[in-house]
Design a protein around this ligand. Sequence first.
Ligand code: DX5
Ligand code: ZN
Length: 216
Amino acid sequence: MSTIVSPSVLSADFANLERDVKMLNSSSAEWLHIDIMDGQFVPNISFGLPVMKAIHKHATKPLDVHLMIATPDDYIDDFKDAGAAILTVHYESCPHLHRTLQRIKSAGMKTGVALNPHTPVDLLKDILHDIDLVLIMSVNPGFGGQKFISQSVEKVRSLKSMITETKAKTLIEVDGGVNLDTGKLLVDAGADALVAGSFVFGSENPVETIQKLGHL
Ligand code: DX5
Ligand code: ZN
């Protein structure tokens, strides 16, 4: 069975975004991962709505948007307008997470919840049926190219059994330090989708790398 691959545009060449997005269009990637960082929730600033709109203009695949921002509730409609198909917010930045998810859904997007490495998966149990995607962070969010936190594999396994037990349809995506080795461990533990930034864009043949990540 193949895995969904969502290459992170954060590692693309921002001066050649159109070229890089077209490369991803031609690959077997199913989604494009868009990392939005505000310098508040995470200690880094990436890019915002205008750049995302420019990516959307050229992308032929759904945009899988990962909001690493302090007040995601204020921008739900803006991200819909900028072309988000999946909108993932952090558990840690949403005091009324269920309400946030309802708003994302009624705006016409798939709902995603990201968990920092220290946040246990059990916290999502009661609202799992309202979550289309859980994004397990296997690095501390904020930067590409960091080392994989190996306890994430166990987290994926626990989340998978929780999903099976509750008969939810939630997908598991993992983000940070993904390569062929860590990716294989994650897929075996139950991951449905893998985000990969530096491993894809730093490889000699990104299209081939994406193909390999999809068939671990
Ligand atoms: C980190 C971002 C990731 C990042 C992954 O905060 O959420 O999506 O781009 O980069 P790699 O694959 O290089 O760890
Ligand atoms: Zn991300």
